[in-house]
Design a protein around this ligand. Structure first.
Ligand SMILES: O=C(O)c1cc(C(=O)O)c2c(n1)C(=O)C(=O)c1cc(C(=O)O)[nH]c1-2
Length: 243
């Protein structure tokens, strides 16, 4: 266990090292997704399960927003709610994710019902929402820092999927385009906050632990998909079955 206080720059370096080692771009299911080694049903399973993550992000941001102590922080954080929920029906990230599941041929009511989710997806996403609700504001903000690493994976994913799957179009993947500017804006803010506010060894440990936890959330969602949809016979009862 660490016992020396890190400079803000060293803390950032440790956070980036956690991402380099643990971010979900390294997961075998993600590699297979990007490299074109999945079939349409497996890509549908990915999109359907990931819908629950997308749909839960505004709920997790709302629990954090309620605990933020200043108007300046709340103004910053509420942009995330606007990004995901939009400002009218049919706008925002969650609606754009449904455009992606539509484009893959999934029934929208079925996706939104969450009935086909893997249990592992449900547990991982709920663990993230509860983490943000129950931990300190500092740890909760730090847990969003996986977004430091998402622009790289999104670029890889979009180019890989367009190249490798004839059932995917640019329009289907339109969800990801705004994320390429939203994620750096959000993660720059969260990183600056964490560097300024993690001033004790204990706080720094909590921040590093929060990022490891979040990498584990994303990793375990892919573990669940990999287990259920790669080896025949492993789909849990009640979960989505590709036709
Ligand atoms: O495509 C991805 O791999 C990816 C990763 C992450 C992430 O690292 O948590 C997010 C997103 N996308 C995303 O679209 C998104 O809206 C988002 C919000 C958050 C968060 O923790 O608040 N992460 C992510």
């Amino acid at each position: 266990m660490r016992d020396a206080l890190l400079s803000p720059e060293s803390l950032e370096a440790e956070l980036r090292a956690i991402g380099a080692e643990r971010y979900h771009n390294l997961h075998p299911f993600h590699r297979a997704l990007h490299d074109g080694r999945l079939n349409r049903g497996q890509v549908q399973a990915w999109a359907l399960n990931r819908y629950y993550y997308q749909a839960s992000i505004p709920a997790k941001d709302a629990t954090l927003l309620a605990r933020l102590p200043t108007a300046a922080l709340r103004r910053e954080w509420r942009r995330r709610l606007e990004d995901h929920d939009g400002d009218a029906p049919g706008t925002g990230g969650v609606a754009r994710w449904l455009h992606l599941t539509d484009g893959l041929g999934l029934d929208r009511a079925y996706v939104e019902s969450l009935e086909g989710l893997l249990p592992g997806t449900r547990f991982a996403v709920e663990a993230y929402v509860h983490f943000v609700r129950d931990r300190t504001v500092l740890a909760a903000i730090a847990s969003s820092l996986t977004e430091l690493f998402s622009p790289t994976i999104i670029s890889e994913r979009v180019s890989g999927m367009l190249r490798n799957y004839d059932f995917i179009t640019q329009d289907t993947l339109a969800y990801f385009t705004p994320r390429l500017t939203q994620a750096p804006r959000d993660s720059d803010f969260a990183l600056a906050y964490v560097k300024e506010h993690a001033r004790t060894v204990e706080q720094q440990r909590a921040v590093l632990g929060a990022l490891k936890f979040k990498c584990g959330v994303l990793w375990s969602m892919l573990d669940a998909l990999d287990y259920a949809y790669v080896t025949p016979g492993n789909i849990p009862p009640g979960a989505f079955r590709p036709s």
